[in-house]
Design a protein around this ligand. Structure first.
Ligand SMILES: *[C@@H]1O[C@H](CO)[C@@H](O)[C@H](O)[C@H]1NC(C)=O
Length: 391
């Protein structure tokens, strides 16, 4: 055991008391004491989220998905979506705009297909009671996370964003998480409307240590509304083979890199925020316009970067490959072909001379290098870091 990890353990032990106190504070403690009522409440929620499956399927990597009737998915339990007419595909076909990059980097993602759901059904990861309990804490954590991000600032409004994000597999402790993601936001902090998407290693959310596709939304600053993935009614899934929680195979540090093409754009006609895989233009689904307030028309902020989260007083986990960035994509998590979206749903390069770099952690913990445009890779950035004691 190295000095560093020994130190970690000592700190972990010292903080254990405090942490348990934090962790089981307020809501958590009720798990044990007032468990009856809570339990009934949880079971009720689970029943709403886990619709009776038409069929259950398993991927090659061992994940189980329920095939749910597309018209009976959890989204339609949202009070504002009772009369929502499902949009089967976006009006803007994004894939046609993407030219194949001439790149010497190996950028291909390996995704185990979620294969075999019957027509008119979509694969949805079954939610466990444990994940549901954990999400209560997640809403607290969302406010206590370290990040580095690039914020384009020349444009005044945005209608989405896209980037190819390389997939890494940072080592995180069971109660921490690490993401590479894009933010789309509007509104004052207290009422912030936010859509976040990318990949996350997030044991409390996914029950393991793999990089998986996630989405997160709120319409009120993470107070009452919103959740990760489909842990509450909101996101409408339409694709028969893609889903949140999907496992992405990471690249190898120093070796071949793998990337996933993440894209969200606002449909100019419906106003829904579509989540697609830009590479094969797979329309995964959308966050309906109705669930938002400040994001119903446009976004005022778009950001690209990494997040590393831990409970208060704890060391934060590695981000990306866990090393501070260099401009070598074999050794650094990076984003390429970073784009914003205009009011007609088209991808655009943003003005690289006017960007803010935002961070809330020491540069010895996490850092990023923002690059101007490369001919073959578009606008790009490199980011990551070892984490630790970052405040
Ligand atoms: C952007 O949305 C806001 C509402 O959040 C609206 O007031 C504003 O006019 C919109 N801007 C543009 C350029 O459409």
């Amino acid at each position: 055991m190295s000095c560093k990890s020994l130190y970690d353990w000592v700190v972990v032990l010292i903080l254990l008391n405090l942490t348990i106190e934090n962790y089981y504070g307020a809501e958590g403690r009720n798990d044990k004491v007032a468990s009856k009522e809570e339990d009934i409440e949880l079971e009720k929620k689970l029943k709403i989220l886990n619709k009776p499956p038409v069929k259950s399927i398993q991927t090659k990597l061992g994940d189980t998905y329920d095939c749910i009737n597309i018209y009976k998915q959890p989204a339609f339990d949202h009070p504002l979506l009772r009369n929502h007419k499902i949009q089967m595909k976006p009006n803007v076909i994004q894939g046609q705009q993407i030219k194949k990059p001439i790149s010497n980097m190996v950028f291909n993602v390996v995704r185990p297909k979620i294969d075999g759901c019957p027509s008119e059904t979509v694969p949805i990861r079954r939610t466990t009671k444990e994940e549901l309990v954990n999400t209560k804490h997640l809403s607290n954590w969302i406010k206590h996370r370290n990040f580095v991000l690039v914020l384009p600032s020349a444009e005044k409004v945005y209608y989405g964003g896209r980037a190819k994000i390389s997939i890494a597999n940072p080592r995180v402790d069971p109660d921490k998480f690490s993401t590479s993601q894009i933010w789309i936001q509007n509104g004052p902090v207290e009422e912030i409307n936010s859509i976040e998407f990318g990949w996350a290693v997030h044991p409390q959310l996914f029950g393991d240590y793999n990089a998986r596709i996630f989405g997160l939304w709120t319409a009120d600053g993470f107070k009452e509304t919103g959740c990760y993935n489909m842990l509450c009614p909101g996101f409408v899934q339409v694709h028969p083979e893609y889903s949140f929680g999907e496992q992405l195979v990471a690249g190898r540090y120093g070796g071949n890199q793998r990337a996933f093409d993440f894209s969200v754009h606002r449909d100019p006609e419906s106003g829904n925020w579509w989540f697609i895989n830009g590479k094969d233009n797979a329309r995964i689904g959308y966050w309906p316009k109705e669930i938002f307030t400040h994001l119903s028309e446009n976004a005022s902020v778009i950001g690209y970067g990494g997040v590393a989260g831990a409970d208060f007083g704890k060391l934060t986990p590695p981000m990306g490959y866990g090393y501070l960035p260099t401009i070598n994509s074999a050794y650094t998590c990076c984003m390429t072909e970073m784009k914003v979206v205009d009011d007609r749903g088209r991808y655009l390069d943003f003005d690289t001379s006017k960007v803010h770099i935002d961070r809330n952690a020491k540069t010895s913990c996490y850092d990023l290098i923002f690059s101007r445009k490369y001919i073959s890779l578009g606008i790009m950035m490199f980011f990551g870091g070892p984490g630790g004691d970052c405040l």
